[in-house]
Design a protein around this ligand. Structure first.
Ligand SMILES: Nc1nc2c(ncn2[C@@H]2O[C@H](COP(=O)(O)O[C@H]3[C@@H](O)[C@H](n4cnc5c(=O)[nH]c(N)nc54)O[C@@H]3COP(=O)(O)O)[C@@H](O)[C@H]2O)c(=O)[nH]1
Length: 784
């Protein structure tokens, strides 16, 4: 190789190396449009190729040797298809233009290496292989061998001369050259890629940061960040408002420096240092005061935040206003577990506590007591004075029971006038526990018995307050182990309460199994009563009603139940049960139908057309919305004269919803039906109310008649009732007349109508007919 050839090759090598430098300097990677980037890259490589080919070594006429295949193969390897095609086309065009003997080989030495470079790049990409120095060297060697192969296509006389002249640089220098230039290009490519990745990540980071800031900023929660020393690093808008400082003003400050206009958290700096040290998440609910003075319940969560390398950067704090949520939760809790009138725990809460007590007491062997407290005659107060006063009484009673027990005892309201007190830890000895329980119950009883001042809101004319007296009946169940279930304990105390009622009310009783048996008996009676009408076990008895001057007036029908096993069951035993269960509705209808049936019979008999049958109507029956229609329907179906029907109501029935009751009575009155006020004198009816009722008759209760001749008080009451009925223009009848003396007294005082054993007990209709026949049709007065 002569000097000029050597210089030409050096020049070639310099051009090759300049490829990397120029490409890098032009920053072609920054061109976004790939087509333009490929075009420029192709032109750049193409021009370098032309420069390389212009400084070639002429081996023989028309035979040029340079580094074009090194350049184009690297172009294929690094720059892709389009730049390789452009550069390749430019180089081939030049070679064709130069012409000479090496025109074919010179062109192939561009086309084949360029293609191999591109194919090599695809293989590397597909196999995900790194382009290291060895692969580059091997690639260079492959290109050189291919080029030597192409040289075999030269004219025979030149072939070996040329190969012999170039084989040394081709085999030893060019692969190394390919490797070195390739390494430069790879390094630049890798650096560009890292720069690109970095820029992209930076953009992504910026985007995410602004998203996060936007998000955190718009959150209503108070969010702040501190470094590990406790200095604020930043906060959101809500926190700015809370502390009254902008984020910029806050940055670098510590809690102590915040002018005392707020207290960010009950978690002190010391605690925060602990959180930072432990790295644990800290959460607590706390009341905080806002700068405007409002108190807000915060749910605060504090958590450390660390760098990717694990370095602790600081503490972030998120506080959420949960005042409303807490108040809803409290409200739900109150509604679910507390009685809205008295604010005492309700039945559900009591059952929970009782269950807990039963489970714990089984472990510690101590006795507890459950008091079932029921107010005596509460219904009467409610019915006569209205619900408002009833409610006032219940609230006052609740407070008194609560005041009579210890703080750890539980007082609950089950509903209506039923209260329960759960007294715990009464000791391990049953007798002592019983004694203590009785003392507590007595304290409650005495406290409830104290007079109450209830305000009369409805009546503006009257004194605004009324003194009311009330007594309780208290049943006690002692328990200590989970052998007895909560339901059983409640039931036992309930039974004991009934015992207290049975003992005359205003009393305390401990649970007695005998009482429970009686209650179970009642339940059995009720179950059988359901079948009584269908089984034909009910019968009406008739008790004659007589007028001293006018003779027989008719009869009161009184119900009897003939049970196949129990025999005759007294209405006193089954009517209250029927009323409680609602069974009185079908039974009452049956009584009315039977009475009307008998009236029809009497209508067709001589001298009985004016007789009336008095029928007892229970409160529940009369309250039925369709009661008037029911009576009318029976009258029509039995085809009777309604004048024969007299309905007996009690005082307590007419005192509730007076206007509705009067309206109902008037409608029945218009049908021709009369009303008698039963058990008169035992209720609370006021004169003003009584005057408004469309009554035909007052019936003096037998309790006053019984001692009428011996008890001046009863005598006075009876005289007053008779005078009252006269002044109100009502008839008056006395029931329970058993002796001639009673009859005489009544007659002397102006009451000439009677009902009682003196004339007849209630009897079946056949006996009643015999009785009537045995009496004179025009009843002869027996008085002398
Ligand atoms: N809603 C309905 N209630 C009814 C019906 N039938 C009866 N009853 C009510 O049951 C209660 C008890 O009734 P009873 O045992 O029949 O007692 C009545 C009479 O037998 C009794 N009486 C009558 N005269 C005398 C007497 O001279 N001495 C005496 N010791 N007792 C006597 O009094 C009861 C009269 O009841 P009343 O006139 O209704 O107050 C009772 O409350 C009945 O109302 C029914 O069909 N429906």
């Amino acid at each position: 190789m002569d000097t000029s050839s050597f210089i030409a090759l050096l020049y070639n090598a310099a051009l090759l190396i300049s490829l990397g430098v120029i490409y890098d300097a032009l920053k072609l990677e920054s061109i976004k449009n790939k087509k333009i980037r490929d075009l420029i890259s192709g032109l750049l490589v193409g021009m370098l190729g032309l420069a390389v080919m212009n400084t070639s070594w002429e081996l023989a006429p028309g035979m040029f040797f340079d580094t074009r295949w090194v350049l184009i193969s690297l172009c294929g390897l690094f720059f892709g298809l389009i730049p390789t095609l452009i550069a390749g086309a430019m180089m081939v065009a030049l070679r064709l233009h130069i012409g000479g003997a090496g025109i074919l080989v010179g062109s192939l030495c561009v086309i084949i290496p360029g293609s191999l470079g591109y194919i090599f790049a695809i293989i590397l990409k597909r196999k995900n292989l790194q382009l290291d120095w060895f692969k580059l060297y091997s690639f260079g060697m492959l290109i050189q061998i291919t080029v030597l192969g192409c040289m075999l296509l030269m004219p025979e006389h030149l072939r070996f001369k040329v190969i012999g002249a170039v084989i040394q640089p081709v085999i030893f220098v060019f692969p190394v050259c390919t490797m070195l230039v390739g390494l430069i290009l790879r390094r630049q490519r890798d650096r560009r890629k890292s720069e690109y990745d970095l820029t992209e990540s930076q953009k992504l980071l910026n985007r995410e940061q602004s998203l996060m800031r936007g998000l955190i900023g718009s959150l209503p929660d108070l969010i702040s960040f501190k470094d590990v020393q406790g200095r604020y690093l930043g906060c959101n808008h809500a926190f700015e408002q809370y502390v009254g400082l902008t984020e910029q003003e806050l940055k670098g400050k510590m809690d102590q420096e915040l002018k005392g206009n707020f207290k960010p958290s009950d978690i002190t700096g010391l605690d925060e240092q602990e959180i930072i040290a432990s790295g644990k998440v800290y959460s607590q609910d706390e009341w905080v005061v806002y700068p405007d003075g409002s108190k807000v319940l915060h749910e605060t969560i504090k958590k450390t935040f660390d760098g990717l390398d694990g370095t602790r950067y600081g503490l972030m704090s998120v506080s959420r206003d949960i005042t409303e949520r807490q108040s809803h939760e409290d409200q739900i809790q109150r509604l679910a577990f507390y009685d809205s009138l008295t604010q005492l725990p309700n039945r559900r809460m009591l059952q929970d506590r009782l269950q807990l007590m039963v489970t714990t007491s089984s472990r510690d062997e101590r006795f507890n007591a459950l008091f079932f407290i029921d107010l005596d005659h509460f219904k009467t107060l409610n019915d006569t004075k209205g619900h408002n006063m009833g409610d006032q009484l219940l609230i006052a009673v609740a407070a008194r029971i609560q005041d009579s027990v210890r703080g750890e005892d539980i007082v609950a309201r089950l509903g209506g006038d039923e209260f329960v007190a759960l007294i715990s830890n009464l000791g391990e000895d049953e007798a002592t526990a019983g004694h203590v329980a009785e003392k507590v119950a007595e304290k409650i009883r005495l406290s409830i018995c104290q007079p109450y001042k209830l305000s009369i809101k409805e009546n503006v004319d009257a004194n605004n307050e009324m003194t009311f007296h009330c007594t309780p009946s208290i049943g006690i169940s002692l328990f200590k182990s989970n052998l007895t279930s909560p339901d059983e304990i409640l039931k036992q105390a309930d039974v004991a309460m009934y015992q207290a009622k049975a003992a005359g009310r205003n009393a305390i009783r401990f649970f007695d199994p005998a009482m429970q048996i009686a209650l179970e008996e009642n339940a059995a009676i009720l179950a059988e009563l359901h079948q009584a009408i269908d089984n034909g076990e009910l019968e009406l008895y008739y008790q004659i009603q007589i007028d001293e001057t006018k003779g027989i007036q008719g009869a009161e029908v009184l119900l009897r139940w003939f049970h196949p096993i129990r025999g005759m069951v007294s209405p006193l035993d089954f009517i209250p049960l029927a009323e409680e269960s609602g069974l009185i509705i079908p039974i009452g209808r049956w009584v009315l139908e039977s009475a009307c049936h008998q009236l029809k019979v009497w209508e067709n008999m001589p001298n009985r057309e004016n007789w009336q049958i008095s029928v007892n109507v229970s409160a529940l029956q009369f309250k039925q919305e369709n009661f008037v229609e029911t009576v009318q329907e029976i009258i029509v179906s039995k085809n009777i004269n309604p004048r024969g029907l007299k309905l007996e109501l009690t005082e307590s029935m007419v005192l509730e919803n007076v206007d509705v009751i009067i309206e109902k009575m008037q409608r029945l009155n218009q049908l021709g039906i009369d009303f008698s006020m039963d058990d008169f004198g035992t209720g609370y009816s006021s004169l003003s109310c009584l005057k408004r009722l469309p009554l035909k008759q007052l019936k003096i209760d037998q309790s006053f008649v019984r001692d009428i001749t011996t008890d001046p008080d009863d005598a006075a009451i009876v005289q007053t009732i008779i005078n009252l009925s006269r002044s109100l223009n009502y008839d008056v009848i006395a029931e329970g007349v058993e002796t001639q003396e009673q009859r005489q007294f009544l007659f002397n005082n102006g009451c000439s109508q009677y009902q009682g054993y003196l004339f007849s007990r209630p009897v079946p209709i056949t006996e009643f007919e015999e009785l009537v026949s045995s009496m004179s049709v025009n009843f002869a007065p027996a008085l002398n």
